[in-house]
Design a protein around this ligand. Structure first.
Ligand SMILES: [Ca+2]
Ligand SMILES: [Ca+2]
Length: 282
């Protein structure tokens, strides 16, 4: 009898766990649609097409959200309501969002969560700063890349709250660009040695170490005979704590030939690992 009772308790608490509201819902705002990147159900990120009924209900009921980008929180938004299938990829789910905030660039992100997604300030350093030009020049030399250093972003923030700032550097040649609607442009590589690098410099036991999150280098320019044209575009679009552990994650948006997406990295104590990704492509 007692065993049956415990069994029932276990079953009902498991059902309760499965049915509890998502801890967070993450949204990606682009020019023509707002994508549901995923929901944090328990400790697991679930893709939009596989959401639990309670996550679906939370989204349908409306999400009080915070907008954020690579400068921090930029405002509030109401999101959710109707959910439909994305226009390009059938695994993508899109919903509505409403905000009075003018977005400085796209893509931008929004999260519905109970915690402050940007607990520490993010500051930006000029791309022309000689220190970071030199760091990128050295990184290129190590990789035997002959093209000049072209820094597109330098951001400074204490990601892991160890009271020491990390420095995030993106470099790209040809230069990173945005279109007339402030949307990230896809820049194709056409010459050997053109590159994009996404690096993080972090002090560990008093010493600066450089971690590479993602890099692209044109080894062989596309000549139309085999493979596909290569896009170099990589951009740190946002920095935020999306799982509520107090550590901030790095959003690296990228474009590929006929596709686009985002990879989200965190500091795991030893290095940076990808905790979530989203993408859509032909
Ligand atoms: Ca730190
Ligand atoms: Ca986190």
């Amino acid at each position: 009898m007692k065993q049956v009772f415990i069994g029932l308790l276990l079953t009902s608490s498991l059902i309760a766990l499965a049915q509890s509201a998502p801890k967070a819902v993450l949204l990606r705002l682009d020019l023509d649609e707002t994508v549901i990147v995923g929901a944090l159900e328990g400790n697991k990120w679930v893709d939009a097409e596989d959401l639990s009924t309670s996550s679906q209900a939370a989204i349908a009921g409306g999400l009080k959200s915070v907008l954020f980008n690579n400068t921090g929180v930029i405002g509030k938004a109401m999101a959710g309501g109707k959910v439909s299938i994305g226009s390009t990829c059938d695994w993508v789910r899109v919903t509505d969002i409403s905000t009075p905030v003018k977005l400085p660039y796209l893509p931008t992100y929004a999260i519905a969560a109970a915690w402050n997604p940007v607990p520490r300030a993010i500051s930006s350093i000029a791309n022309t700063n000689a220190t970071y030009q030199k760091i990128i020049a050295d990184e290129l030399q190590q990789r035997k890349i002959a093209k000049p250093a072209m820094v597109s972003q330098v951001l400074q923030v204490d990601l892991d709250n160890d009271k020491s700032n990390e420095v995030l550097i993106v470099a790209q040649n040809p230069r990173l660009s945005f279109d007339a609607q402030n949307r990230l442009n896809g820049t194709y590589g056409s010459e050997k040695g053109e590159y994009s690098l996404v690096l993080v410099r972090k002090v560990i036991a008093g010493k600066v170490q450089t971690f590479s999150l993602s890099e692209r280098v044109i080894e062989k320019p596309f000549d139309g005979t085999s493979g596909q044209p290569q896009v170099l575009t990589q951009f740190i679009s946002a920095i935020a704590d999306i799982d509520g552990d107090g550590k901030m994650e790095i959003f690296v948006d990228d474009l590929v030939h006929e596709g686009y997406g985002v990879n989200i990295y965190n500091w795991n104590g030893k290095g940076f690992s990808k905790i979530l990704e989203w993408g859509c492509g032909v």
